[in-house]
Design a protein around this ligand. Sequence first.
Ligand code: DUC
Ligand code: ZN
Ligand code: ZN
Ligand code: ZN
Length: 478
Amino acid sequence: MPHTLIRGGTVVGPTGSTLADVLVDGEQVAALLRPGDTSLGADLAQDAERVIDATGRYVIPGAVDCHTHMELPFGGTAASDTFETGTRAAAWGGTTTIVDFAVQRTGERVQDGLAAWHEKAAGQCAVDYGFHQILGGVDDDALKAMDELVTEGITSFKLFMAYPGVFYSDDGQILRAMGKARDNGSVIMMHAENGIAIDALVRQALDRGDTAPYFHGTTRPWETEEEATHRAIMLARLTGAPLYVVHMSAKQAVETLARARGDGYNVFGETCPQYLYLSLEEQLGARSEEWGDFEGAKWVCSTPLRSRAEGHQDELWRYLRTGDLSVVSTDHCPFCMKEQKELGRGDFSKIPNGIGGVEHRLDLLYQGVVDGKISRERWVELCCTTPARMFGLDGRKGVLAPGADADVVVYDPAGRTSIGYGATHHMNMDHSAWEGFEIDGHVDLVMSRGRVLVEDGAYHGSPGHGQFLKRGLSAYLR
Ligand code: DUC
Ligand code: ZN
Ligand code: ZN
Ligand code: ZN
């Protein structure tokens, strides 16, 4: 197999940074060679077919985005990135693994929902991919299917406390699924918002004539997130199941989670760049010539953006430092303004929920390093290592170590990245939620299983390079 040597960079991992060369043999990392190393690997490095000079730059594991929604059916339309376009955009941004959500529609067999997702993704992906399974209802068949799916490498299941009538599970269903997860070692991922209360608030707002996009946020107040988070934690405590709360945005909800973690419960939280950087106030003030005050539809997602005046963003950064938030994912769920978000003109409740960001997470979080909010080691841990370990990919993804897949990013801390639509992105969207963001840092080179996908601003990937990942159980089970 051909050898590639990535030479002279600073290898950054969750526990430290060190000057080292990375020797890649075929699809895997063969060795990390520190200056002066005289091992067998050092001999092999002498004969490497290809040498990549990473001097002055960071060499990190390919990033792992454990929360994406390619082609998700939602609100009468579907997320605008296919597995082909979405994974290409991921690669451009240094993400070499995604874990997407297969959907069981209510009334459908779980296995049929999963099969449909395999069909969408097979042969299309530029980077490796796995699936979580969304359960569109919990009954005896679904509980049996959970056992079957675990043996097929689908080791996490998402339930919704929001969206009554669509994805929603009631507390009894949640309790039963959690009991199964406790028994078979899978993880329950929870969309924690009180959807019954939210639907009533939405109806009241629309009756008042409050129809603009901003009211999406005001009708999903933090109390509805905190209450659902608390309830999910209590159900997890009752059953002894591990719990992973997705896309947390309210500081009060994370505080509740942090308390449960302090009490020793096996519960985890995830947030997303939009909740760290964007705010409800900015959504309220958003106007454009093209869209007027409907401009705010670009930032309609659930959970919603939170108030900066209330300090949610600063608190989320703090919880990333304390470790109470374990992962940053994107919840990549893109919809175009034209013909998609537009469906909600005159009624915010009909705006498809979601923000596209699979391309930008590594850069956006690196800005947090530059701004002194997290260390560069924590950056790698949040974007690469912990998501891999959380979802059964440890040893293979999210680390640079002998035997791991050679998924590598060469990151230039002195580089610069302009993100947004005007600055061009590669996601299939007609706008960007990140228009005008300037990042101090740049993804220079991206390698997936030994193959260079992105280098010097050029794309060398192809659909079908990415393989399905049969995941193991979470490293965080106990
Ligand atoms: N939240 C979103 O913003 N989009 C898709 C589903 C979800 O939970
Ligand atoms: Zn070899
Ligand atoms: Zn969700
Ligand atoms: Zn989601």
